[in-house]
Write a protein that binds this ligand. Structure first.
Ligand code: ZN
Length: 281
């Protein structure tokens, strides 16, 4: 079924190089888009208070704040300071009216080869943040990323693992179920052989849905994402699987594109996104 335009959300990062915080909101409003995911880099550049004011004045809703987490360091002082950062980001997310803080685990410290240890620390870190997130009314959306960035961005690489992690966290803490969720990014998970079954297993855990496309000739591990419809990901089918579990939240276009979309006029980028809504999202 065609996506209801009211559900369209465009991440600020999709206009990362063209727009500052205020300019991105102007571009969204000009193009009839009233949902965004706020990026910390943009928000920090102007401050939380000013960011909240601009969101309110523009009528654009912040769906989430991206991205927190980074809880894999084996250095105890670094690990603690990351927890403190996340506590601040939870407060920031609450101040801008976002429903969730999207969290990625982080990768391996330099010289670290203990992948299991890094995963254990990330799990421990998320569990420690549950009470603060709950008090602030913010959900933590765990975002697994593609295995190719396991070493430097995320030691959580599949929806299957995310489900396993949430099974464990929920069995350890009664609050986990209401606080923790999953951000499903089609770019990160489209390859997963039993994705449909894992989406069924996740059920209502999926609270954020990020879309872009995997270009057949992709040339960068992170910064060469395609526009939905230009690559190999069946975003429409993945959306149907998620909606079969009751999801009717925003569909969030998140494109990192150093060589293409970040070089184009914001109005053109947003116009193409809206066109693709009818065909590829
Ligand atoms: Zn994402």
């Amino acid at each position: 079924m065609t996506l209801d335009p009211d559900r369209l959300c465009v991440h600020q990062v999709t206009l990362m190089k063209q727009c500052d915080f205020a300019q991105s909101l102007d571009a969204f409003v000009r193009n009839g888009i009233f949902k965004t995911a706020v990026w910390r880099e943009k928000l920090d550049a102007i401050g939380t208070q000013e960011g909240s004011r601009l969101l309110k004045d523009s009528g654009v809703d912040a769906v989430s704040l991206c991205a927190g987490g980074f809880l894999t360091s084996r250095d105890p002082a670094n690990f603690q300071s990351s927890l403190d950062d996340n506590r601040r980001w939870i407060e920031q997310a609450a101040a801008i009216g976002a429903a969730s803080l999207v969290v990625i685990t982080g990768g391996l410290d330099e010289g670290d080869r203990d992948l299991a240890g890094a995963r254990k620390r990330a799990l421990e870190g998320f569990s420690q943040l549950i009470p603060e997130a709950r008090a602030a009314g913010i959900r933590l959306a765990l975002e697994p990323l593609h295995p190719m960035v396991c070493g430097f961005r995320s030691v959580l690489s599949s929806l299957r693992e995310a489900n396993d992690w949430l099974d464990q966290l929920e069995s350890d803490s009664a609050m986990a179920r209401e606080v923790l969720g999953i951000a499903l990014d089609s770019y990160a998970l489209w390859w997963e052989a039993d994705l449909e079954a894992q989406i069924e297993r996740a059920g209502q855990r999926i609270i954020n849905f990020h879309v872009s496309d995997w270009l057949p000739d992709t040339c960068d591990l992170r910064l060469d994402r395609g526009m939905p419809g230009d690559g190999g990901i069946d975003n429409l089918r993945i959306r149907q699987w998620i909606e079969a579990q009751g999801y009717n939240g925003p569909v969030e276009v998140e494109i990192f594109s150093e060589r293409n979309w970040w070089l184009r006029d914001p109005n053109e980028v947003l116009k193409v996104i809206k066109e693709r809504c009818a065909t590829a999202i």
